[in-house]
Design a protein around this ligand. Structure first.
Ligand code: F1P
Length: 349
């Protein structure tokens, strides 16, 4: 519920002028960004999903190649680090052992390191050359929520900083900055769907599995929705890029497998609608988060109407109803929302 406010704190003083934005990353940021030829993103859990979304933005908006990998794999394998790689870690706590180990492993092979982090003075902040703080304030629960959306805002600011060097048009820049100014209001509108999402949650609490679908940068949003449901309600959930359905997971679909789709009105919507028909034809019960009137409700297909959102903000705004859904399912099941079994807020070993 704090997300409209904390996102303002992430944006504060950073979108008005290039110089102010670059100062926020620390000394020498401008010179490092001038030389950056590719970005390697490393993170764990929810922070990894933020990195997956950033890859779409960095390649689309800044035209910079970007690789993303979980720290727990990256740190243990031999890797090739291309010249002028900016090594970007993302972490709420700044203390996640795998992420820190990956940074230490490559520190002397990369152009520079940058962390997007929520805790000032944490190990990742101290050991990275540059840092951009998310300013989300303390997160009480183990499962990241406002940390994730503020990470996405910080990643969009980072994308802007690089894109300004690689020929971002004034019109596109104005479009992105204008969208960011609208973000707190749009998050407020998403939070207001709470009661409606609560009524939806009953359809999940009795089930043992859920499938989440998305396309493009909404695929990592689906992954984050599935992770939240697993973490706090202990329901097995998986996310798939919707185009992959026919390559396997369609075999799982029946009336006992609720399917959640994030379906904003973008260029991929028609493709996604075709995937949803594939699910319906197999008797799957669909719950679709969609913009106004783009998908019609019908028997077996419930539509949760989202505010109209500028395309660049879709991954941020569409995350909130999925977080709320997991929350309400967990409350119905009586699990501990703030302190799920077997999990720690910060995985330091
Ligand atoms: C990574 C993370 C969180 C998750 C849980 C365990 O932490 O996987 O995303 O919610 O708290 O750790 P961090 O590196 O972002 O602090």
């Amino acid at each position: 519920y704090e997300q409209p406010e904390v996102v303002k704190a992430t944006l504060q003083g950073r979108i008005s002028a290039t110089k102010l934005l670059e100062q926020a990353f620390g000394n020498g940021a401008s010179a490092i960004f001038d030389q950056t030829k590719q970005v390697q993103i490393i993170a764990c859990g929810t922070s990894y999903h933020a990195g997956m979304i950033a890859k779409y933005w960095l390649e689309d908006i800044a035209g910079i190649p970007c690789a993303v990998e979980v720290a727990s794999e990256y740190r243990y394998r031999k890797h090739v680090v291309p010249e002028n790689t900016l090594f970007l870690t993302i972490s709420q706590s700044g203390e996640t052992a795998d992420t820190l180990a990956a940074l230490r492993e490559v520190q002397d092979k990369v152009l520079a390191s940058l962390t997007i982090c929520n805790v000032p003075g944490s190990s990742l902040v101290r050991e990275s050359d540059l840092s951009l703080m998310t300013n989300a304030g303390p997160e009480i629960g183990v499962a990241s929520t406002k940390a994730f959306t503020t990470q996405l805002v910080a990643l969009l600011l980072f994308t802007l900083a690089l894109a300004r060097r690689s020929g971002l048009s004034e019109a596109r820049e104005a479009e992105i900055v204008g969208a960011l100014h609208q973000l707190p209001e749009l998050l407020l509108a998403a939070v207001k769907l709470d009661a409606s999402i609560e009524s939806l949650s009953r359809a999940f609490a009795e089930k043992n599995h859920t499938l989440f679908l998305g396309r493009g940068p909404l695929y990592p949003v689906a992954m984050e929705g599935a992770l939240k449901l697993k973490e706090i309600s202990y329901i097995h959930a998986e996310a798939y890029p919707a185009g992959e359905l026919k390559h396997g997971p369609l075999a799982l679909v029946d009336k006992d497998m609720p399917v959640v789709a994030v379906a904003p009105n973008n260029a991929l919507l028609d493709k996604l609608k075709a995937n949803l028909q594939e699910v319906k034809a197999r008797g799957g019960e669909l719950f679709v988060f969609a913009g106004a009137d783009h998908i019609k409700p019908e028997e077996g297909l419930r539509v949760e109407q989202m505010p109209d959102v500028p395309e660049i903000l879709e991954p941020i705004v569409y995350t909130v109803p999925l977080q709320l859904l997991s929350y309400h399912v967990a409350v119905l099941k009586g699990t501990d929302v703030d302190q799920p079994r077997n999990l720690a807020k910060s995985v330091t070993v």
